[in-house]
Each structure stands twice: as structure tokens, then as C-alpha cells.
Design a protein around this ligand. Structure first.
Ligand code: ZN
Length: 305
């Protein structure tokens, strides 16, 4: 039942032409109307010679940090300066499985919660980026320069050609999480094979990055009870799905009213011009322009779990 419900509304990581995905229709709804967003703080175009600041800089004052954020927004041609996220709540929210996303015996077995939104009244969203196909160094510079947090869900068959790229990402403070070894449609596999896919990726991430993930996202958003049992067996605590998906040229929404809500988890993918009509920075620009214009800051998912 949960699998069907999830399958009906998700496509997640479906690549163009890939088999096994629920459909190409994403989290529901069509492309957003292309007109744009109200501009809160217009910015001029960047000087053509502008180059990003080196990473890891420290600011002497809040004013200096603010000035740097404005300059970074201009360099990356954002419509407005991304909002600074509030301090995460001292008391972490209680994460529970979204209604309709449970499996049989979910609570009794203590299986990790499956959710699409973090319960919070703060006007924040969480950015999550999946798979790992595109390895664009400009994207790393952009996110470091803008200081926008995100969480990565990685699949080994895509990252193994360049583990170093994701090591740099981790070095910038990004938590690397589990998205299976080979990105299969999990409900078609036995418990043992699912365990191999999920727990095998725990081993890969621990070996290359020194940490065992606590977060797991099933490929395409599809899972069954065996997936969650397997994930739990190798240390997974949370199974975050998503409530919106951003592409380089449009947004898709899970909710009927096509609105972003406080605490929503937003999905996107490591994709470039081979997969869609633009670059990772183009996609991030679309993401930030919309959330900023609607008054949302981007917060770090791990700070709320
Ligand atoms: Zn995926």
C-alpha cells in the first residue's frame, strides 16, 4: 500500500529514458508557470571579471558577512540575496512517518521514519541533491561562496569514478548520505539483495569518507517494508523523501496547491547539460530565486534531525 502510494506520486531520480521509474511526471503537477518571482532586493549584473572568494574565509563582523553575501549573490547572478537561516530549534522536532507512507508494522518494528517535510514553524526549506552523475567544480565553488547548505544522497555506481569530488564537498561541510550501490527499484528485490544495496553503500561511504550515513533515500522514492528493515539493520535512522523537486527549467510539487511549506524537503539531482538544458549553477539559481522571493531560508537538514 505504501509502495503504491509512494509510486503514484513520485519519480525522484528517473533519468530520461530510464527503466523502472514510476513515471517521468515527478512529484505531481506540471511545470510551474514560467513567469517569475517578485524581486525583494534587485541586484545588478556581475562584472564579467568577477571571481569567487576562496573558500573557508572568516568574517570579522556580521556587517562584513552581510557584505560578502551580497557580493556573492551578485557574482552568481541571483535575483536577490539568499536569506540567512534562523538558529535551528534547541529542541529537535519529533520526526514521524508521513500518513500514507507507512509500511506494515512500521512503528512496532521501530523502522526509520519516512517523511517529506520536517515539522517546524520556521520559514526554512532543506535542499537535497541525489545520485552523483554530474561533477561540476563550479557548483562546489558557488555553494561555498553563497554558503547555502545541502545534503547529498549518493549512489556508488555514479560516484566511484571520482570519489575525490565528493570528498571536496564533504570538506565544505556537506553530509554525504546513502542512495544505494546501483540505484535499483528496491521493491522488486529480496530482503537480502536490498540489504546488499543499502548496507553495501554504508560500507562504501564509511571507507571513502570516514562516516556511516544516518540518512537513506530509496531510489525513485520507492521502498517496501524490507527496504526499511534492511536500512535499519545497518544503522539508518531517517528516510527523508521530498515535497518539491526542482529542475533546471521548472519545479514539480507533491501537494495539490503547488505551494512550498515551512520545513519542506526539496529534491534535485547532480545533473548537467547531458541531462537537462543547463548547468548545476543554473538549477541552483532557479531554486534560490524562488525560495528567497517567497521568504524562505535554506537550512541544514541534519540540524533538525
Ligand atoms: Zn536517485
Amino acid at each position: 500500500m505504501a509502495v503504491l502510494a509512494a509510486a503514484a506520486v513520485t519519480s525522484g531520480c528517473a533519468q530520461p529514458g530510464s527503466a523502472g521509474a514510476a513515471s517521468g511526471s515527478g512529484v505531481g503537477g506540471g511545470p510551474e508557470a514560467s513567469g517569475s518571482t517578485s524581486i525583494r532586493q534587485p541586484l545588478e549584473a556581475p562584472p564579467p571579471t568577477a571571481t569567487p572568494q576562496p573558500p573557508g574565509r572568516k568574517f570579522q563582523s556580521a556587517q562584513e558577512a552581510r557584505t560578502a553575501r551580497i557580493a556573492a549573490a551578485r557574482r552568481w547572478r541571483l535575483e536577490s540575496v539568499p536569506l540567512t537561516p534562523p538558529k535551528p530549534p534547541a529542541q529537535r522536532p519529533r520526526i514521524t512517518t508521513r500518513e500514507g507512507f507507512e509500511v506494515d508494522g512500521h512503528e512496532e518494528l521501530g523502522l526509520p521514519p519516512v517523511f517529506t517535510t520536517v515539522p517546524t514553524k520556521q520559514r526554512v526549506v532543506f535542499l537535497t541533491i541525489d545520485d552523483g552523475a554530474e561533477k561540476d567544480p563550479t557548483f562546489l565553488r558557488m555553494m561555498d561562496d553563497l554558503q547555502v547548505p545541502y545534503t547529498a544522497f549518493l549512489s556508488n555506481y555514479l560516484i566511484k569514478e571520482d570519489y575525490g569530488y565528493f570528498k571536496r564537498m564533504q570538506g565544505a561541510g556537506v553530509v554525504l548520505n546513502n542512495h544505494t550501490l546501483h540505484h535499483p527499484y528496491l521493491p522488486a528485490l529480496s530482503y537480502r539483495r536490498q540489504q546488499h544495496e543499502i548496507c553495501g553503500m554504508q560500507e562504501v561511504i564509511e571507507e571513502h569518507y570516514g562516516k556511516r550515513p544516518l540518512l537513506f533515500r530509496p531510489p525513485f522514492g520507492n521502498y517496501d517494508r524490507a527496504s526499511l528493515r534492511a536500512a535499519k539493520s545497518c544503522g539508518i535512522k531517517y528516510v527523508p523523501l521530498w515535497n518539491e523537486e526542482v529542475f533546471v527549467d521548472h519545479w514539480e510539487y507533491r501537494e495539490w496547491d503547488r505551494k512550498i511549506r515551512p520545513g519542506d524537503i526539496v529534491l534535485t539531482h547532480f545533473r548537467g547539460r547531458d541531462d537537462w538544458k543547463g548547468t548545476m549553477p543554473d538549477m541552483i539559481r532557479r531554486f534560490l530565486n524562488k525560495v528567497t522571493s517567497e521568504g524562505y531560508a535554506v537550512a541544514r537538514l541534519e540540524d533538525y534531525l
